[in-house]
Design a protein around this ligand. Structure first.
Ligand code: GLC
Length: 564
């Protein structure tokens, strides 16, 4: 394994609930992951990132942690984790785990102790308890809203049975925010980092890495219109004809960047501290930030040389399928991350966004976090969405830097639109009374074998979210070794990416191509993506990879890699 592997790595996100279920209870588990690692080795990825598998009441699918140093029985045991890690390492796959430092679960012993302790106690001081406003403290301490909808404060009942203080939760009421000015909290997270580093974890994806520190005095704040629900990135605006128009970030220097709970300067000292902890360990351990912050030069602050190694590039994820917008965001990304000596990252899908096989072709406004469901407008035909998604992936995997792949995108899975209301589990759905569908549609357990129960997700038919009947056709065994399948496209792209060192290459824009194309050279590979609706001329050279059939030209929504 080379040093600084993370600069060029292809990192595959596993959502443990939905990847593979060894015990047949309908929820994925660590033993399931271990049993399927061979498929990921064959796919050709360098590392996996696992969403949380810690002890948790699962009010937010595990992003509500009750014990940071144990495995939830739904997912297995610490021994299962060790076995999974060993198997991954034996296959040359690094393992990044999720760290959730902004908030715990309300079932965490610290929060339970805080509830049982009086106002002003040390136990309450680990979280953000405040007196309410109004004559009897009946109003929340400020006007902040939860990312999932509704107020960001919940009032507790004190030991004497009367309504008392309020606690802050930027997300669900079951996810109380820690007070990061408290040294005890800081020390506890150093301990948690060391616990997993000692076990051999290769790094951490840091949840809500822009949220830990809040402005002094917790001042009122009203977000600008159109803010995305993940607290930073707005929805992608899509033109009436389905072609994307410019990205509209909800939070930017101009339109009111300055939420007193996002991107406060104080977060950076925390990450410098963590970096010192990681640097005590051998073997290139990494920190990757989930920071929904805009614009890109600001995101780059998370990856200065003494902070984290990577930060997700949500500006790229939110860019519509439009050549001019893509060229701009690629330039901006390489500039911003390059200016601090960090690799750019690239990502199109994860467990919080509409799958890109659907999203890139949606023709109606769909703000981030709202999700899609039966009442949504502008849902594309599957084939149209997939065609565009394959072209977008082929473009992404040719870019220099590190790329993230979300489980199931290599099968061409679309967003599941028609989940029954009573199956939905995202707190967003409940906190907005069904006004926002939330994120369940990208979290449906993935298909492995077309004819097996639950398409091979587990040994039984059980699946915590229902799988669509059409997914038999998309099962891995139907695509493995089939030329032209989406799985083959991903496998070929990842192999070629490695063979041609595209991850460590340099991008050089090519002139003379149609305005609807993104055309560049990376080392000895020429890449042309046609985002328009008409075919364009295919340049000369040997075709290495094509995201769709080439008929002598480069058709709409198709990307090609050529060797000159
Ligand atoms: C991050 C996670 C998301 C979770 C939220 C609260 O954005 O990716 O799934 O709901 O944090 O922890």
């Amino acid at each position: 394994m080379t040093s600084e592997w993370w600069r060029t790595a292809a990192i595959y996100q596993i959502y443990p609930r939905s990847f593979a279920d060894a015990n047949g209870d309908g929820m994925g588990d660590l033993a399931g992951i271990t049993s399927r690692l061979g498929s990921l080795e064959a796919l050709g990825i360098d590392a996996i990132w696992l969403s949380p598998f810690y002890t948790s009441p699962q009010k937010d699918a595990g992003y509500d942690v009750a014990d940071y140093c144990d495995v939830d029985p739904r997912f297995g045991t610490l021994a299962d984790f060790d076995a999974m890690l060993e198997e991954a390492h034996a296959r040359g796959i690094r393992v990044i785990i999720d760290l959730v430092p902004n908030h715990s679960s309300d079932q965490h012993p610290w929060f339970q102790e805080a509830l049982a302790s009086p106002p002003g106690s040390a136990a309450r001081g680990r979280y953000l308890f405040r007196e309410g406003r109004g004559e009897h403290g009946e109003l929340p301490p400020n006007n902040w809203e939860s990312v999932f909808g509704g107020p960001a404060w919940t009032r507790v009942i004190e030991a004497d049975g009367t309504p008392g203080q309020w606690y802050l939760h930027l997300f669900d009421s079951s996810q109380p925010d820690f007070d990061w000015t408290n040294e005890e909290v800081r020390e506890e997270f150093r301990r948690i980092l060391r616990f997993w580093l000692d076990r051999g974890a290769d790094g951490f994806r840091v949840d809500v890495a822009h949220g830990l520190v809040k402005a002094d005095g917790l001042p009122d704040w009203t977000p600008p219109q159109g803010s995305g629900s993940m607290g930073g990135a707005g929805g992608v605006t899509v033109g009436e004809d389905g072609a994307g128009v410019a990205l509209e970030p909800a939070i930017s220097e101009e339109n009111g960047d300055g939420a007193p709970y996002w991107a406060q300067e104080g977060v950076h000292e925390i990450y410098r501290d963590w970096r010192r902890v990681l640097d005590e360990y051998p073997g290139d351990r990494v920190l990757a930030a989930e920071a929904w912050v805009d614009p890109l030069p600001k995101v780059a602050k998370w990856v200065r040389s003494d902070e984290m190694h990577q930060s997700f590039n949500f500006a790229y994820l939110e860019t519509p399928w439009n050549a001019a917008s893509l060229r701009t965001v690629i330039d901006d990304s390489l500039d911003a991350f390059g200016s601090v000596g960090a690799p750019s990252t690239w990502v199109l899908s994860n467990h919080d966004v509409v799958r890109h096989a659907t999203r890139l072709a949606v023709t109606a406004d769909n703000p981030q976090g709202h999700g899609l469901g039966p009442r949504s407008k502008g849902i594309p035909e599957y084939a149209d969405g997939l065609r565009r998604a394959r072209a977008a992936t082929a473009l992404m995997l040719a870019l220099p830097g590190s790329a993230y792949i979300y489980q199931g995108e290599e099968l061409g899975l679309p967003e599941v639109i028609d989940l029954p209301d009573d199956a939905r589990q995202d707190p967003t759905w409940f906190r907005t009374n069904g006004e926002r569908y939330g994120r369940d549609g990208c979290r449906v357990p993935i298909p492995w074998e077309a004819t097996a129960p639950s398409y091979g997700f587990g040994p039984t038919d059980a699946s915590w979210l229902p799988q669509p009947a059409q997914w038999a056709e998309l099962a891995r065994d139907r695509q493995q070794g089939v030329p032209g399948s989406t799985l083959s496209l991903y496998q070929d792209a990842l192999r070629l990416r490695r063979e041609h060192d595209l991850g460590s290459g340099t991008l050089e824009w090519l002139d003379g191509f149609d305005a609807d194309t993104v055309a560049f050279r990376n080392g000895d590979v020429t890449v042309v993506a046609n985002t328009g609706s008409a075919p364009v001329a295919l340049p000369g050279g040997t075709v290495l990879l094509a995201s769709g059939e080439l008929d002598g030209s480069l058709p709409a929504d198709t990307t090609v890699w050529l060797r000159a």
